[in-house]
Design a protein around this ligand. Structure first.
Ligand SMILES: C[S@@+](CC[C@H](N)C(=O)[O-])C[C@H]1O[C@@H](n2cnc3c(N)ncnc32)[C@H](O)[C@@H]1O
Length: 289
């Protein structure tokens, strides 16, 4: 970790100020330019590839063959591809409100030759067309901060509870609200991405819910859903069901092959994020390294 990152983490830790939440200027990512800029970041060589792989491993430990799993606000489906490849015996439904994103998602799935994912257009605050208790799992990565306010967040989580089976499992990762504007700016710029992505990421950090807001919204899912946050990465928060399936040898082999496909830089980023969460007591279900 560089000195400047450490300085910003320290400033965050000791600051008594708190930035107010600033909702995303584009709640649903309807612009084709924005959708394709975000989609590029999720490609194999894109800046988000290592994070999708990290999530995919954590999500895999929640799933069992035969499950039906909903990805809320799936965007361009890069997360779905990674998790669907690791779990070919699970059926996934990717839902998003943006036709431009769903078009990107369609092409991501076709290029990846993944066939266990179907897509649907819909609003995550009203899961129309999805029946009560119809899902074994619901996952949601980096999307809830696109909701307009806390009321919409609570409505969405109530919908999640409605569509989940009683023993259904849940995985949520989203940005954490940083306290300082200068820390938000620093972490957005630190990724050194093209301007469109950098501004989108900055807006996402500003729109992030606080850990207290997310915890309150997730609470109706019950005590089984646990919160994982770390001072080493206050810009990320994970909430997930406690259930943990041991990873079978075939899945582990697929995970190792996917890890080997990441670039050296992404492998390094993956190790970092895994070690930050491990230090806060949240380990990976396997070591693909
Ligand atoms: C930052 S992207 C994340 C996409 C994906 N989950 C990922 O990790 O790559 C946020 C997505 O949320 C979608 N979105 C925003 N509001 C929504 C809503 N009310 N219902 C469904 N999708 C929504 C946007 O269109 C966009 O695709």
């Amino acid at each position: 970790m560089s000195t400047s990152v450490l300085v910003h983490l320290l400033l965050e830790r000791i600051s008594w100020r708190k930035q107010p939440r600033v909702p995303e200027p584009d709640l649903v990512m309807e612009s084709v330019v924005q959708a394709s800029s975000f989609s590029q970041a999720g490609e194999d060589d894109g800046v988000l590839a290592f994070l999708y792989f990290y999530n995919a491993l954590q999500i895999t430990s929640l799933l069992q063959p035969g499950d039906r799993v909903l990805d809320l606000a799936c965007g361009p489906a890069h997360q779905l591809v990674q998790v669907a490849r690791l779990n070919p015996d699970v059926r996934f439904v990717g839902l998003d409100a943006s036709p431009a994103m769903l078009e990107c998602a369609q092409s991501t799935l076709a290029r990846a030759h993944v066939s266990n994912v179907e897509l649907m257009q819909g609003d995550m605050t009203r899961l129309m067309g999805l029946e009560d208790g119809s899902m074994d799992g619901v996952i949601c990565t980096m999307s809830l901060h696109h909701l307009p306010d806390h009321a919409a967040l609570c409505t969405t989580l109530r919908e999640v509870r409605r569509v989940l089976k009683p023993q259904g499992r849940f995985y949520l990762v989203d940005f954490g609200r940083l306290k300082l504007l200068r820390t938000q700016r620093f972490f957005a710029d630190d990724l050194r991405q093209p301007p469109q992505f950098t501004e989108d990421y900055f807006n996402s950090l500003r729109a992030a819910f606080s850990v207290e807001e997310l915890s309150a919204a997730v609470a109706p899912l019950g005590p089984d859903v646990q919160r994982h946050v770390t001072v080493l990465a206050p810009f990320l928060m994970v909430f997930r069901s406690a259930f943990q399936r041991p990873m079978d040898p075939q899945t582990l082999q697929r995970a190792k092959a996917a890890f080997a496909n990441l670039s050296a830089a992404h492998q390094g980023n993956f190790r970092s994020v895994a070690s930050w969460f491990r230090a806060s007591g949240y380990a990976l279900p396997c070591d693909p390294d």
